[in-house]
Design a protein around this ligand. Structure first.
Ligand SMILES: Cc1cc2nc3c(=O)[nH]c(=O)nc-3n(C[C@H](O)[C@H](O)[C@H](O)COP(=O)(O)OP(=O)(O)OC[C@H]3O[C@@H](n4cnc5c(N)ncnc54)[C@H](O)[C@@H]3O)c2cc1C
Length: 327
């Protein structure tokens, strides 16, 4: 039986009771309803790139989304949940459409993209998702949720906050006018003029940071950023050292770089606890990576250590970005 360590990019996680692979929307609905009916613990799995799964998962039933397909109608694209995210981005760039090109290289499936409102370099899916189809766990009914119903926030949505169910497809509205993205310009040091140039530059920058999956590079055997950037009050931010990178938010609060807080709490790149096979990435201390044979316990212990160090030094509790399953 397959272990979740084989289906997740962090490469940890035990053997679940059952894995049901849904290859169509109808199968996804059928499998989810069946698993819910059984009353057992359940998990919807996409590409497994934002999950830390426990070493013992014996009571868990997994429904894996492998329903694919992109339907285009003008600038509206309806995408099945199991479609590979980056393949979808590549398709939109080929079609000269703008809106998700800065999200190139993010692993995972389209169905997971609204869960934490994936984002990078000044773009996030909250800007382009128009609606989703959602099979609701409470009512067991299909709903169409519009953008406003999803209550998107920074790496957050109503689903991440606990509205349980399954996303079966996601609809996006893209644009035929190229985006102008300050954060990409800042990262690559030059003005970029079209979605293809932006995709190319983003992939290059992400590769240097170990943020594009690579079988041979253990820095990428991770969940990407392990913690979200904390958002604090303006007053609290004023008390932090001047060198801490910060971004003012529309509501007056301030987002602080989690990577800076970690590094300045004494946890550098490649840091690990004695005897552990989990370490911060050698390229980026915000990612926790599996150096080969790490257990879920190794990952969680390192995450807790980082949280304690940052909290002791700066009084900020870092919030993990990945979903902890079975702990
Ligand atoms: C190297 C690397 C770089 C990354 N860079 C970024 C980045 O720049 N920006 C960013 O935002 N994220 C980033 N991530 C995190 C991750 O890729 C995204 O969160 C991605 O959307 C997860 O997709 P997935 O299909 O792998 O989800 P999974 O890991 O399979 O699932 C994540 C969560 O979503 C739920 N879920 C998945 N599919 C569905 C569905 N169809 N219906 C309901 N719930 C569902 C799962 O139950 C789980 O709770 C990165 C990860 C890695 C490994």
């Amino acid at each position: 039986m397959t272990k979740l360590s084989e289906l997740t990019t962090m490469r940890v996680g035990g053997t679940p009771a059952e894995i049901l692979v849904a290859r169509s929307r109808d199968q996804l609905i059928e499998f989810a309803l069946g698993v819910w009916q059984s009353g057992d613990d359940w998990l919807v799995l996409g590409g497994g790139s934002n999950i830390v799964a426990a070493d013992d998962l014996s009571g868990l039933k997994v429904v894996k989304t492998e329903n694919t397909g992109i339907e285009r109608n003008g600038n509206i694209l309806k995408v099945q949940a199991g479609e590979d995210w980056d393949a979808f981005v590549a398709f939109t760039v080929e079609q000269r459409l703008s809106g998700v090109e800065a999200l190139s290289g993010i692993p995972g499936c389209v169905g997971a993209s609204p869960i934490q409102n994936i984002g990078a370099y000044g773009q996030e899916v909250a800007d382009t998702i128009t609606r989703i189809e959602f099979l609701d766990y409470e009512t067991r009914e299909l709903q169409i949720l519009e953008n406003k119903d999803l209550h998107f926030g920074y790496r957050d949505s109503i689903i991440k906050r606990g509205k349980a169910g399954v996303v079966t497809w996601v609809e996006f509205e893209l644009s035929d006018t190229p985006s102008s993205l300050e954060r990409v310009t800042e990262a690559v040091g030059k003005e970029l003029n079209n979605p293809a140039e932006i995709r190319h530059a983003v992939l290059e920058t992400r590769t240097q940071k170990g943020m594009v999956l690579n079988e041979l590079d253990p820095d990428t055997h991770s969940c990407g950023s392990f913690f979200t950037n904390p958002i604090v009050s303006f007053g609290f931010a004023s008390g932090l050292p001047i060198g801490a990178p910060r971004w003012e938010q529309p509501d007056g609060r301030v987002k602080i770089s989690a990577a800076w807080l970690i590094e300045n709490s004494g946890i550098g790149k490649g840091f690990k606890l004695g005897g552990s096979k989990a370490a911060t990435s050698s390229k980026h201390c915000l990612a926790i990576s599996n150096r080969g044979g790490a257990s879920a316990k190794d990952v969680v212990e390192l995450a807790r250590f980082i949280q304690t160090q940052v909290s002791n030094r700066y009084g900020i509790n870092l919030v993990p970005e990945p979903n902890l399953i079975g702990f």
